[in-house]
Design a binder for this molecule. Structure first.
Ligand code: C2E
Ligand code: CA
Ligand code: CA
Length: 567
């Protein structure tokens, strides 16, 4: 069912015409004649014409059709069109065979022009007349415009917006909803006629806007309007202000509007959903007289886009060395004088456009889809490479802990990989600690315990990271073999606010002692925290109090300072 033609094929508002002729010279001539006034596509025979018509469908305003062509001639094209859903698209036949005129018109052509083309202007005029005739007819047939304002009604608004997208796939679009505040009151206080006038007055503004921006505008309910407009065409703050002032001198009736905007629409959602979002945005300011403009909160969508971007770009980022390492020192505070005892390796991502992205953002994404294995192997290798270099150049070998995600543990090459890199860089395995986050132990599969047991048997130290963050039960400690418990940061950071935390830490310390495990506290920022931890026997401390995570150069300097090796 085709009831109307799309007037929006081109941004400049030109209509689209299909030129069908087997002779190139004719096509070129027609093109030359019409190109200022129309957009065009071409076909070289009837068969090709059919394909183009199917492809462009309702957006075609007119077909200029030659009769004598190979493969499929013009008569067949007319017959096919008239029996198809495209029967409403007007056809002008172009032929040197004047005798064919009657036949063509009889089977459904709208007009007939005799070749050769001697009067270009006459052709243009006849094209325009034909199109006008058909568009008017289709308007009458379909009542696509609503009676009062002449804007599209809801059904046609949606339809045209959809079609607009089909032909402007790359444009970024905004869905705008406009509502007149207290419209029912205007009707009641001033009468229906005044109400109608208000609607017409706003429609006039929207029609101007349509002229200027080629947006699509519709009145979709009594006092509710939709506008579908290319992103960036207008500034919303000033436009809404302008709409309000547009009513300033309007017959002493105080009219204000409310506007909800869903910017940069996600075209995966259907058009109705997009405008629902614009309506939702407007609803958030209903009854709030100080605001007439509200944007749909797109953050969930933005987040998805952001995540997809990180996933897509990870490989390149690795190849381009955008990932690099930071090292955060851990200090032993058992004695009065703190001693640098090891460091944690933390990954950093310097993105050329997005700047520095926190691992708190990208690690969970990569853990979710498995990419983390690739990244972690890379980080471990780089860490051991650094350790080997420091050993050679500065003569120190400090234990490093690397983070290990749950996924990594299921990689059967993990052990071989680490051993190979240790050997390559001359680092002993007792100097590599594996920090496995607590949540990894959650699915207490036998397989996991077996892997961890194997790693320990090979001489690696296993730390359980973020201990107490939620997944662990104390039972777990008895079942799962680890060497070091790393207290979740929150224990330390909540020390001040609750005595319970103190008790919890004491308790964990007792259990750790009983199970012969060391305890590391991280996120330690203050002297008082250090003092407390030391008093309960927690000797290893990591946190800003001693040092932030450092770049490689900073870290080397830090180590040399701390160990008195600085040259
Ligand atoms: P995490 O393993 O618990 O690392 C500790 C985080 O606390 C780090 O954040 C560190 O910069 C931060 N931190 C250290 N001291 C303090 C302090 O005194 N106060 C506060 N407020 N924060 C402190 P970062 O570097 O942003 O890392 C976040 C998380 O990302 C890490 O938490 C870890 O789970 C993950 N991650 C980092 N690097 C890697 C990696 O190479 N592989 C894997 N799988 N995960 C990593
Ligand atoms: Ca960690
Ligand atoms: Ca941690």
């Amino acid at each position: 069912m085709l009831q109307s033609h799309v007037k929006f094929h081109s941004i400049a508002g030109k209509r689209l015409v299909l030129i069908v002729d087997d002779e190139e010279i004719n096509r070129e001539m027609l093109k030359h004649i019409i190109e200022n006034d129309f957009d065009y596509i071409m076909a070289e025979n009837g068969q090709e014409a059919l394909e183009k018509i199917k492809e462009y469908g309702e957006t075609l305003s007119l077909v200029l059709l030659d009769l004598r062509m190979p493969v499929m001639d013009g008569f067949e094209v007319i017959q096919w069109m008239k029996g198809s859903e495209y029967s409403e698209i007007p056809i002008i036949v172009l032929s040197s065979d004047a005798a064919a005129e009657v036949d063509s018109l009889q089977i459904g052509a709208s007009d007939f022009i005799v070749k050769p083309f001697s009067f270009p202007q006459a052709i243009l005029t006849r094209m325009q007349k034909t199109i006008e005739l058909f568009e008017d007819r289709s308007i009458i047939q379909s009542t696509e415009r609503e009676y009062l304002t002449g804007l599209f009604n809801k059904e046609y608004f949606y339809r045209y917006a959809d079609q607009y997208d089909t032909f402007h796939k790359d444009l970024i679009m905004d869905a705008v909803f406009i509502d007149i505040n207290h419209f029912h009151l205007i009707n009641e206080l001033y009468g229906r006629k005044a109400g109608d006038d208000v609607l017409i007055h706003l429609s006039d503004y929207l029609k101007d806007l349509r002229e200027k921006t080629h947006c699509i505008a519709g009145r979709v309910e009594a006092d509710k309007f939709f506008v579908y407009i290319e992103h960036g065409k207008i500034d919303y703050t000033s436009t809404v202000e302008e709409m309000n002032t547009h009513f300033d001198d309007f017959r002493d009736i105080h009219v204000t509007i409310r506007c909800g905007i869903y910017q940069n629409v996600d075209k995966d959602f259907d058009i109705e959903t997009r405008f629902d979002r614009a309506i939702q945005a407007a609803n958030t300011i209903k009854g709030n007289y100080s605001r007439s403009l509200s944007f749909y909160d797109n953050s969930a969508y933005q987040k998805k886009v952001f995540e997809e971007r990180l996933i897509n770009e990870m490989d390149d980022a690795m190849a381009n060395h955008q990932f690099y390492l930071n090292f955060q020192p851990k200090y032993n505070v058992h004695n009065e004088e703190p001693v640098l005892s090891s460091a944690e390796v933390l990954v950093r991502w310097d993105h050329p456009d997005l700047g520095r992205i926190s691992p708190g953002q990208f690690i969970p994404i990569f853990e979710h889809n498995g990419l983390i294995q690739k990244l972690d192997f890379y980080i471990w290798e780089r860490a051991l490479e650094c350790a080997g270099k420091w050993k050679k150049e500065y003569g120190f070998e400090l234990p490093l802990s690397v983070n290990v995600s749950r996924m990594d543990l299921y990689n059967s090459t993990l052990l071989d990989f680490i051993e190979e890199k240790l050997a390559l860089h001359g680092i002993s395995r007792s100097n590599l600690y594996l920090e496995i986050t607590e949540s990894a132990y959650m699915d207490d599969s036998a397989q996991l315990i077996e892997i961890i047991n194997r790693l320990r048997a090979e001489g690696f130290k296993i730390e359980i990271d973020d201990f107490g963050s939620g997944y662990s039960s104390l039972n777990m400690l008895a079942d799962v073999p680890v060497d070091v418990i790393k207290l979740d940061m929150r224990f330390v950071q909540n020390l001040k606010s609750s005595e319970k935390q103190e008790t919890m830490i004491r308790l964990i310390m007792d259990i750790a002692k009983y199970l012969n495990m060391d305890v590391v506290a991280e996120g330690v920022e203050e002297k008082a925290q250090v003092d407390f931890l030391r008093s309960v026997g927690c000797d290893i401390i990591q946190g800003y109090y001693f040092s932030k995570p450092l770049s490689e150069e900073e870290f080397v300097e830090h180590v040399l300072n701390a160990t008195g090796k600085d040259k």
